[in-house]
Ligand binder design. Structure first.
Ligand code: BYC
Length: 331
């Protein structure tokens, strides 16, 4: 049966019978739904794929704080400000759980973080677009966190224990984020014509990046086949994109907004919405660092790192002093 998995997407997957005994035993455990823990033997490719995906995910949470933090000082009410601050803090927490999960795979947090600062590591394309109006905060919560939930709920069942467990809490918090975003959109859509227009404008700008963030189409997705065989990913990019579109279109109708896709149509035979062509050239440009805000995002994260140097030094000095005290006490 495993041999049938071989041809999905661009990358091909080795059949069970072609594996060495240790790798075969590993794969059989994965197939049986047994979780891997940090001290278990794992193929190097599995470890590297986890480091790549979890670190990209951690960086996305951390960079993802920036477009929303842009509106904390300008939130329209005290209540909205408090909610937005809590959301942005949650994203920092998600980043921390995920950086910790990467550490369980033998990579230091400093190394992981330096890869982000140097521009070597990727983070989600979605955070390279600007937040121009307050409605963008609604659209991010509703569409971006909405996409994230669709992607991340299955990861709660992925094969690597620390990643799966981190995702449980992340998903609970993302649900709150999604609702706060939708609540902003509902309020704007029930407001003045100008407010409704702001909501429409935000939907127009965030729709396509939100569906592209699920990753390249399945036939272009280099990593999906292997990641799915290892149960690091449980669904393909197109499956998750379709799920997100199907669940979001009725919400757009409820809001009385127009979807910026003239080709969107319910397909009775498929039981899903058909949708128009995604601009993959734009997507890959953003992924390669040429999006509207890539430079600004990395500059902000580098600035924060540099300005935090004194604090890291103080912590190290304090830790060294504590250690000396305990050595003296023990002597
Ligand atoms: N942006 O073979 P594929 C959040 C890259 S956090 C940039 O399909 P894979 C949130 C991909 O890395 C959102 N790059 O790859 C936070 C690969 O390049 P490499 C993040 C992308 O890994 C705060 C190449 O394209 N969520 O939502 O199987 C506030 C080929 O792709 C993107 C996660 O990280 C992209 N959008 O699948 C609110 C979830 N898509 O690495 C919200 C976990 C693809 O080979 N991650 N690429 O050089 C995943 O599920 C998978 O990594 C992806 C990509 C579906 C994203």
């Amino acid at each position: 049966m495993y041999a049938q998995l071989v041809e999905t997407g661009v990358q091909s997957v080795r059949a069970l019978e072609d594996m060495e005994p240790q790798e075969r035993a590993f794969q059989e455990k994965i197939n049986a739904g047994i979780k891997m823990e940090p001290k278990d033997w794992m193929p190097e490719g599995y470890r590297k794929t986890l480091v790549r995906q979890i670190s990209q995910h951690a960086h996305s949470e951390y960079v993802g704080m920036l477009p929303e933090a842009n509106w904390i000082t300008r939130a329209p009410t005290l209540k909205r400000k408090a909610i937005l601050m809590a959301k942005v803090q949650d994203e920092a927490g998600h980043g921390l759980y995920l950086y910790s999960a990467v550490e369980t795979l033998g990579v230091t947090r400093d190394q992981t973080y330096q890869d982000l600062l140097s521009g070597k590591a990727k983070y989600s394309s979605i955070f390279n677009y600007p937040t121009l109006t307050w409605a963008d905060i609604g659209a991010i919560g509703w569409l971006v966190d909405g996409s994230a939930i669709v992607n991340q709920v299955p990861i709660c069942r992925c094969s690597y224990g620390p990643y799966a467990r981190a995702m449980v809490r992340v998903c609970k918090e993302e649900s709150f984020h999604q609702r706060q975003g939708f609540d902003i959109m509902v309020t704007l859509c029930q407001g003045t014509p100008e407010q409704k227009q702001m909501a429409q404008d935000a939907l127009n700008r965030w729709w396509w990046p939100s569906i592209a963030m699920h990753g390249p189409a399945d036939e272009q997705s280099v990593n999906s086949a292997q990641s799915m065989a290892w149960k690091i990913k449980l669904n393909s990019n197109d499956e998750l994109r379709q799920k997100f579109i199907d669940q979001t279109v009725p919400q757009i109708e409820f809001l009385g907004l127009t979807l910026p896709d003239p080709d969107l149509k319910w397909n009775e035979t498929r039981g899903h919405y058909d949708y128009g062509a995604i601009d993959w050239v734009d997507f890959f440009n953003v992924v390669k660092g040429k999006g509207p805000c890539n430079e600004e995002r990395l500059a902000a994260r580098n600035k924060a790192w540099d300005e935090g140097a004194w604090f890291r030094e103080a912590l190290s000095a304090h830790a060294a002093k504590q250690e000396q005290t305990s050595i003296k006490k023990a002597a």
